[in-house]
Design a protein around this ligand. Structure first.
Ligand SMILES: Nc1ncnc2c1ncn2[C@@H]1O[C@H](COP(=O)(O)OP(=O)(O)OP(=O)(O)O)[C@@H](O)[C@H]1O
Length: 296
């Protein structure tokens, strides 16, 4: 990376009592990057993010955000938007007051009406937080994170509890922020959201990286999969197909040469006048990379 990274984590360790939660973790996030920090439950993602966000002190190691210590709040906080897993808004404040409070805290300038419009909460501006639905609270969290269009935005499980339309709207807003140059750090258990958007993924397990890289780099460690169903009367099997186990008459081909094997399979079906039903073919999904964590 030629320019100073927005986030620079070097041999970070965090110990809770006698439990080593984050172990010698090092990674960087570049300006404008969309970085997803993913992992199994208890892997250490939240602990790591809390240190980067300045909410928690590391046991050892160095963390720099925009070249500064995250504990240097007055320098760093105005440049960060944070959407935590659980919002900490006072239930007695109205929606508008909550947004303005974050504005005061971060010393960013913006209009509450603008961000409330983005998350479709304009009509709730005068409503108390305690009277919002779960999804509306989540949208308020997002509105406060993007108030003043910060350079660096942390999204911790941003779409949990959101309906499809709200999810799409949220990702549209994130896309626009990225076009304007914002850096995004995402944690989520909805892996397809990360798979679709992240430039790079840090996949944590038991306090350390299991893998780090682009989606393509992570998924190419496992074979692509072709699935299909054969009619009962089919006598021979194509290529190295094996029974699916989950579907009667279903077969699976695992391959590191997807295009070549798919071509061969279609040729075999043509030559043998066999109809391949429910044919699906595609690269490994991030879910499969996750499932493989425990097995290697
Ligand atoms: N305050 C604490 N005191 C002691 N142990 C803690 C504390 N906070 C977290 N832990 C432990 O540290 C480990 C990492 O927790 P962390 O919340 O960072 O994981 P995570 O990757 O965010 O998990 P999840 O996906 O389940 O939210 C867990 O085993 C957790 O039980």
């Amino acid at each position: 990376m030629t320019t100073t990274p927005v986030i620079d984590v070097d041999r970070l360790n965090l110990v809770y009592g006698d439990f080593h939660a984050v172990k010698d973790l090092s990674f960087q996030v570049g300006r404008g990057e969309f970085y997803a920090l993913l992992g199994t439950n208890g892997a250490g993602k939240t602990s790591t993010l809390e240190i980067i966000e300045g909410h928690r002190t590391a046991t050892s190691g160095t963390v720099r955000v925009f070249g500064h210590s995250p504990r240097d709040r007055s320098t760093v906080r105005p440049r960060m938007g944070i959407m935590l897993q659980e919002s900490g808004f006072s239930p007695d404040l109205t929606v508008r007051e909550s947004v303005r409070l974050i504005g005061d805290l971060t010393r960013r300038t913006d209009k509450a009406e603008r961000v409330l419009g983005i998350v479709d909460l304009t009509h709730k501006a005068g409503t108390k937080v305690s009277q919002l639905s779960g999804g509306e609270k989540r949208r308020l969290d997002f509105a406060t994170a993007i108030y003043g269009s910060p350079e660096l935005i942390f999204l911790d499980e941003p779409t949990t509890g959101l309906d499809i339309q709200s999810r799409d709207d949220l990702w549209d807003s994130v896309d626009r922020l990225r076009e304007d140059g914002s850096t995004i750090v995402l944690t989520t258990h909805y892996l397809e959201e990360a798979q679709q958007r992240a430039d790079r993924i840090g996949l944590m397990h038991q306090g350390a990286f299991h893998q780090e890289g682009t989606v393509a780099e992570l998924t190419r460690t496992l074979p692509a999969v072709i699935r299909f169903t054969l009619p009962a009367q089919a006598s021979a099997l194509p290529l190295h197909a094996r029974p699916d186990g989950e579907r009667e008459g279903g077969y699976v081909i695992e391959t590191f040469g997807l295009q070549k094997d798919l071509h061969a399979l279609l040729g075999w079906a043509e030559d043998n006048a066999v109809e391949l039903r429910d044919l699906q073919a595609g690269p490994t999904r991030l879910d499969d990379v996750f499932r493989a964590i425990g097995s290697n």
